[in-house]
Design a protein around this ligand. Structure first.
Ligand SMILES: [Fe+2]
Length: 189
């Protein structure tokens, strides 16, 4: 293994070995592309590792059964040796609310924020007549953050954690939306 860990292409293949859900694949693909762009924006050394971590953060989802406190912890074990330790920690801690891990690094905050914002962006696309990402503007996604009845399952506080990593929420949403638009056909929206 190189120091930077598993490549994005291998991460996608590994994901497919453990997860059947197509919607979960798309959610993780969206998270991956956002993570890669965040890393490039911050001039991180290995954006591809950020991408792989985004792709693999829900690797254990179909293996944990009913006990959601295992989510993240099991993925971390499955990925031991395949990703550098800070990335493993970010994957465990993205479910910190249920498994007790604490998010402390920019990487931790951004993985949690990125995977959360994908839900809000996708839900916003679905209100447009053709249900596509193309006409969606960042401002309309941000506006819907304040509407608690919209996409209720998306935890706004986790999106706002991007500010702990030095992003303003508007810029973060705009970056995430641009990243998802780039792979819209693969995301099916
Ligand atoms: Fe996720």
């Amino acid at each position: 293994m190189a120091d930077s860990g598993i490549s994005p292409a291998d991460a996608r293949a590994l994901f497919r070995q453990h997860v059947r859900s197509e919607s979960l694949y798309r959610h993780c693909l969206a998270t991956a592309v956002i993570m890669g762009d965040l890393a490039r924006t911050m001039n991180e050394e290995s954006p591809e590792t950020w991408e792989s971590a985004g792709m693999l953060h829900d690797l254990d989802m179909e293996l944990i059964g009913e006990d959601h406190s295992k989510h993240g912890i099991l993925a971390g074990k499955m990925l031991d040796g395949l990703l550098p330790k800070p990335f493993i920690h970010a994957i465990v801690a993205h479910n910190g609310q249920l498994n007790g891990a604490v998010r402390t690094s920019a990487l931790d905050y951004l993985l949690s924020a990125a995977e959360s914002v994908t839900g809000l962006i996708s839900a916003t696309a679905l209100i447009y007549p053709d249900r596509k990402l193309e006409p969606v503007e960042a401002a309309s996604v941000v506006k819907r953050m304040g509407k608690s009845g919209f996409a209720r399952n998306v935890d706004r506080a986790r999106i706002i954690e991007c500010t702990l990593a030095g992003f303003c929420t508007d810029d973060f949403v705009e970056l995430a939306l641009k990243a998802m638009k780039r792979i819209a056909p693969e995301l099916g929206i």
